[in-house]
Each structure stands twice: as structure tokens, then as C-alpha cells.
Design a protein around this ligand. Structure first.
Ligand SMILES: [Zn+2]
Length: 258
């Protein structure tokens, strides 16, 4: 039973130090065919690549997260580019803009993002984009010619329907996390509006644990809970949702060899 691709997890985080291997095995048992573990800085990108080397099911994305982008030495960009050449690195990410935490001025966040867009362009890798309260600027960036051609996903999508509609005019994919299972989730409308062929699944582990496990650490094997909820909203079987979203993931992440 191989159903799902968890397109966004942080398996390198300390919270998995005790039982990382068990977590990966449990994911496989629960129908996860591949996990993309995402770097947020040079250190975690290195670890992501190491995990991808160690486990067949694990693939990596490398990049500098917008909350980690203050005072980046040039050397860090070189290291990200070097790592991005690895055969199991399927995307540049996570990258983007975060105007909620605002750990660096907007201009710096944009520059760090654009710098990494170069690698994506050069290496033919899609972008995994983090957007927190930066809707307008994200939209302006991704509709530009070069970025729209690179493509990618807006992960853990949030925003109004009107923002989603604008994003759907580009070729970017949309993914939702466990928060789709929360009571009174505003994401339900967003899921309805997103065409199946533009949807990806993700957990964002260890964060955003789905109901009924809310309060616990999240892990890739829990993806079934958000998958079931999305299938219910879309009024299809969860197996069919798995098939479609796995095909979508393979179309976007061309190096995802499963
Ligand atoms: Zn993330």
C-alpha cells in the first residue's frame, strides 16, 4: 500500500532524534511512499541530504527559510547551491517571505529569496514556498516570468479565497497541512476551490498535528488524517486522492524517483 507523498516534513529537527528511524518505518507502514524533508538553513539542509542518502523513502529540499535569513554569509549560499546538486534534492526550499515573525527586513527577505531562485532556475528545481502574511509580495514575485516558469508549491496554504484564486492563475501547486482537520477550519473552502490536479499533501511535521492526534508531535505517518479530510471535502475515495496527489508530486518534483 503506497498512497501518499508527504511533500513537506522537517525530519532533521531534534524532536525526531530519539526515534527518527521508527518514524520513517511507521510512515511507510501507513502508506507513505516518499517523504520530502525540508531544510531551513545550511545546517538543516545538510542534514536533510544526509537523511535522503540514508533512507530510500526520504528525499530532500535545501534552502534558507525567511525566518533564518538575517545576516547570511555568502558562503552559505554557495553551500546551498552545492547541496542542491545532489541527486536526491528535488526542490529549493523552504524559501519565501514571513512578515509575521519579521526576523529580517522585507527587502532582505526578498533578496535572499531571489538569490535562491537563481539556483532553482539554474538546476531546474521547483520552489517550496513559505508565505506568512506576505500575500501581495509573494504573488508579485511568483507571477514574474522567470519564477512562474520555475514553478513550485505554496506550502501550508493560508489566505482568503481571493488570494487563492490569484495563485491558481499561475502554475503553482497548493498544499494543506493537518490544520485542515481542525474544527471550524477556514481551509475547507480553500480546499473546495483548489482543483485536484493542483493539490499536494504534506504534514509539516513536527508541527500542525491533525485531529485526533492534536497536541502530539506530528509525523509523516499521520498524513492519513488530513488526506481523509481532503478526500471527504472533495467527495472522492482517499485512495483516489492519494493517486492524484502522488502524480501531482511526481509532475512537480521531477527528481522524485518513486
Ligand atoms: Zn516547513
Amino acid at each position: 500500500m503506497e498512497l501518499f507523498v508527504d511533500t513537506h516534513a522537517h525530519l532533521d529537527f531534534d524532536l525526531f532524534d530519539e526515534d527518527r528511524e521508527i518514524v520513517i518505518q511507521r510512515a511507510i507502514k501507513n502508506g507513505v511512499a516518499a517523504i520530502i524533508t525540508i531544510g531551513v538553513d545550511v545546517e538543516s539542509s545538510k542534514k536533510a541530504v544526509e537523511l535522503a542518502e540514508k533512507y530510500a523513502t526520504v528525499f530532500a529540499a535545501v534552502g534558507i527559510h525567511p525566518t533564518e535569513c538575517a545576516d547570511i554569509p555568502d558562503r552559505d549560499f554557495d553551500l546551498i547551491e552545492e547541496l542542491a546538486n545532489h541527486e536526491k534534492v528535488v526542490a529549493i526550499g523552504e524559501v519565501g517571505l514571513d512578515y509575521y515573525h519579521m526576523r529580517a527586513p522585507k527587502e532582505i527577505q526578498k533578496n535572499v529569496f531571489l538569490y535562491q531562485v537563481h539556483f532553482a532556475e539554474k538546476l531546474g528545481l521547483p520552489l517550496i514556498i513559505h508565505n506568512r502574511e506576505a500575500h501581495e509580495d509573494i504573488y508579485d514575485l511568483i507571477k514574474s516570468k522567470n519564477i512562474s516558469e520555475i514553478g513550485g508549491v505554496l506550502h501550508s496554504f493560508s489566505g482568503e479565497i481571493s488570494f487563492l484564486e490569484k495563485i491558481l492563475l499561475t502554475d503553482f501547486y497548493i498544499s494543506f497541512t493537518g490544520n485542515i482537520t481542525f474544527k471550524n477550519s477556514k481551509s475547507e473552502e480553500l480546499v473546495k476551490e483548489t482543483p485536484l490536479e493542483r493539490l499536494l499533501l504534506e504534514t509539516d511535521s513536527p508541527f500542525l498535528t491533525p485531529v485526533p492526534l492534536r497536541g502530539k508531535r506530528n509525523e509523516p505517518g499521520f498524513i492519513i488524517h488530513s488526506a481523509k479530510k481532503i478526500a471527504e471535502i472533495k467527495q472522492i475515495e482517499v485512495e483516489e486522492l492519494g493517486e492524484i496527489t502522488t502524480e501531482n508530486a511526481k509532475r512537480l518534483f521531477k527528481k522524485l524517483d518513486i
